[in-house]
Design a protein around this ligand. Structure first.
Ligand code: ADP
Ligand code: TPW
Ligand code: MG
Length: 586
């Protein structure tokens, strides 16, 4: 029995942080140790948390972000102060941009010294720097506030539009102690962290009426729809209305890409021709050409100015960001889609199916484009090009639809997106809204650690891989079922640029010729394969998927095969065509 003379059982800041996370079902930390959080990583592991240590915080941050996307729970990234924090910040900002929930927890230096700028070890006003780059930022100064700090961070990350949250924990906090019972009592198990947001019935009716009157309706599914995990209702909405749909990159597989209503192979036809477009968890940003301009028909096109938009989104501020939204439906996608289904079911047999003309015109284009693609894929050139290599990856995902596909690069990204069909939701993880390079190995590790146990295949441009390549050691260290396939065309976009001055430096886009990335994997005990033909590539990926051994395949691709910037050549200031690429700037 405790008496007044006996010391009370104490708990310190380290354990309060760990207990607060665990209490909320956050059982994995992606991070990198050092002062002042080394002991936090040790104690977390001792307390049964999974602690995945990376070689660079950006990759740990990317892992946390995509874990958040896959699980709807904020991914946790843990870093040291100033430089470690800054390394993690890129991922935190990217997570916020992509609407992925994550919490970056960084240790920080002493407030008293930082605020007087007296030159502490790794001194930096981290909270101020993080604030404009994430959804919310908090600092905890007292052990008794740790529970509140973690609860606020969780709510900010997952409620409403998900995003990145920064949690600043000064070194001194970890050593603070308090009465253990009071400490336990101070922790909060967050009740209903992402409350449903039910759309207003009149907003739903407005959207239903607009869709009902459409002659050439189209649905665009974005990664918000994938995140929402309302898969069955989304499928029912698409199938009951009979409306053709386009999946954005990370919404591929929400319905299988082979679904008869997919209009992906007729994208350039349906965007300008549709009269009513319903966006579900997709923003009209650059990836959809801002909802206007040539992609949508442009001036002079018969539909110009007359297209109508429905937008289902949790953010009430998203509507009208680029063009007028005629029927905004604000709420969580699960609630919105189920409300829409209610209206559609109420119409019963009277729900007007899209016209046969519209569907016929789409399938005609689809069939033509799919046949053309089939011919290209069937070719077997030496060396391999993107098509012959990706034809292999297409087959592999078809036979292993549960596998995760991580993807980055320029051509390596664009070709994979259009060639490799996805069959299951949230299996395609890629560069997202920013088109950022460097997500590869972080995403691959997270897919292996926080996913459903399926193997992970990462299709990487050789440049893209370089941004996070050192994490192959992490993949080997934790023995993760990750197979990295490098589309090695000797450089950024292609490997053929020359230095126009004739000087000794190679062109800025060119790498060491015929590099053997497979040897990197062997250095850490993984399997490295050098593949020069589709047969070799197929054998190596099949083996990796079967054995689940960490594997890196160096797929040798024709160095002339790529185009500048992949599919986004038009965004280059000089339009980036081959003919003007080497022109000096005048
Ligand atoms: P994509 O790049 O695939 O087009 P975006 O990232 O542009 O997708 O858009 C995702 C949208 O989904 C964001 O506007 C975000 O507010 C929204 N969103 C995310 N989660 C939900 C949710 N659970 N319910 C409703 N909308 C959501
Ligand atoms: C953080 C700019 C876009 S795509 C790319 C770069 C450097 C690499 C393309 O080469 P890769 O692919 O990966 O070999 P391929 O198949 O076309 O040869 N820094 C960041 N993000 C971006 N997007 C860039 C630079 C870029
Ligand atoms: Mg390349």
């Amino acid at each position: 029995m405790t008496t007044d003379t006996q010391p009370q059982e104490q708990i310190d800041g380290f354990n309060l942080v760990i207990n607060a996370l665990k209490l909320n079902g956050l059982d994995t930390i992606f991070g990198l140790p050092g002062i002042p959080i080394t002991d936090l990583t040790r104690k977390a592991q001792a307390a049964g948390m999974r602690v995945i240590s990376f070689r660079h915080e950006q990759n740990a941050g990317n892992a946390a972000a995509i874990a958040g996307f896959m699980t709807q729970k904020p991914g946790i990234c843990l870093t040291v102060s100033a430089p470690g924090f800054l390394n993690g910040l890129n991922a935190l900002t990217n997570a916020t941009t992509n609407c992925f929930p994550m919490i970056l927890i960084s240790g920080s230096s002493e407030r008293e010294i930082v605020d007087l700028q007296q030159g502490d070890y790794e001194e930096m006003d981290q909270l101020a720097i993080a604030k404009p780059l994430c959804k919310a930022a908090f600092r905890v100064l007292h052990a008794e506030d740790i529970g509140i700090g973690v609860a606020r961070a969780i709510r900010a990350a997952v409620s409403g539009r998900p995003g990145g949250v920064y949690l600043d924990l000064p070194a001194k906090l970890f050593a603070q102690t308090m009465d253990a019972a009071a400490g336990r009592n101070s922790l909060i198990k967050v009740v209903d962290p992402a409350p449903r947001q039910i759309p207003a019935p009149d907003a739903v009716n407005r959207a239903i009426e607009l869709l009902k009157g459409a002659k050439r309706p189209l649905i665009v599914l974005g990664k918000g729809a994938a995140y929402a995990q309302a898969d069955a209702d989304i499928r029912a909405l698409v199938e009951k209305t009979g409306i053709p749909y386009l999946p954005m990159s990370m919404a591929k597989g929400l319905l299988p890409d082979t679904h008869p209503q997919s209009a992906a192979a007729a994208r350039s036809y349906v965007l300008p021709e549709a009269d009513v477009v319903m966006l579900i968890g997709a923003r009209l940003n650059w990836l959809l050409s801002h909802g206007k301009g040539k992609t949508w028909g442009g001036k002079g096109h018969k539909a110009w100015g007359s297209q109508k938009f429905v937008q289902i989104d949790i953010s009430p501020q998203e509507a009208d960001s680029n063009v007028r939204i005629d029927a905004p439906v604000v709420g969580d996608i699960g609630s919105c889609v189920s409300a829409m289904l209610g209206g559609i079911n109420a119409a019963g047999g009277n729900w007007p199916k899209p016209s046969a003309d519209w569907l016929g015109a789409i399938s005609e284009r689809k069939d033509k484009n799919i046949a053309k693609m089939g011919e290209t894929l069937a070719k077997n050139p030496t060396p391999m090009n993107f098509h012959s290599a990706l034809n292999v990856m297409r087959d592999i995902i078809k036979t292993n639809p549960d596998a995760y596909l991580v993807n980055e690069g320029a051509n390596a990204l664009d070709f994979t997106r259009s060639i490799v069909d996805m069959y299951k939701p949230r299996k395609r993880l890629d560069v997202g809204t920013w088109g950022v390079m460097g997500i590869g190995m972080g995403f691959a590790v997270a897919a292996a650690v926080a996913g459903d146990g399926s193997p992970v295949i990462a299709v990487e441009g050789d440049s893209a891989f370089g941004f996070s390549g050192m994490e192959v050691e992490t993949i080997c260290r934790y023995n993760l079922p990750v197979c990295v396939v490098i589309m090695n065309n000797n450089g950024v976009y292609r490997g053929t640029d020359v230095n126009p001055t004739g000087g000794p430096d190679v062109a800025p886009t060119v790498f060491v010729k015929n590099a053997r990335y497979d040897k990197l994997m062997e250095a850490f005990g993984g399997v490295g394969v050098h593949a020069t033909t589709p047969t070799e590539l197929r054998k190596a990926v099949e083996e990796a998927v079967r054995t689940r051994k960490p594997t890196l395949i160096n797929a040798v691709i024709d160095e002339t095969a790529g185009t500048e910037s992949g599919r986004i050549t038009s965004l280059n200031p000089t339009s980036g065509t081959a003919s003007n690429r080497n022109k000096p700037i005048s």
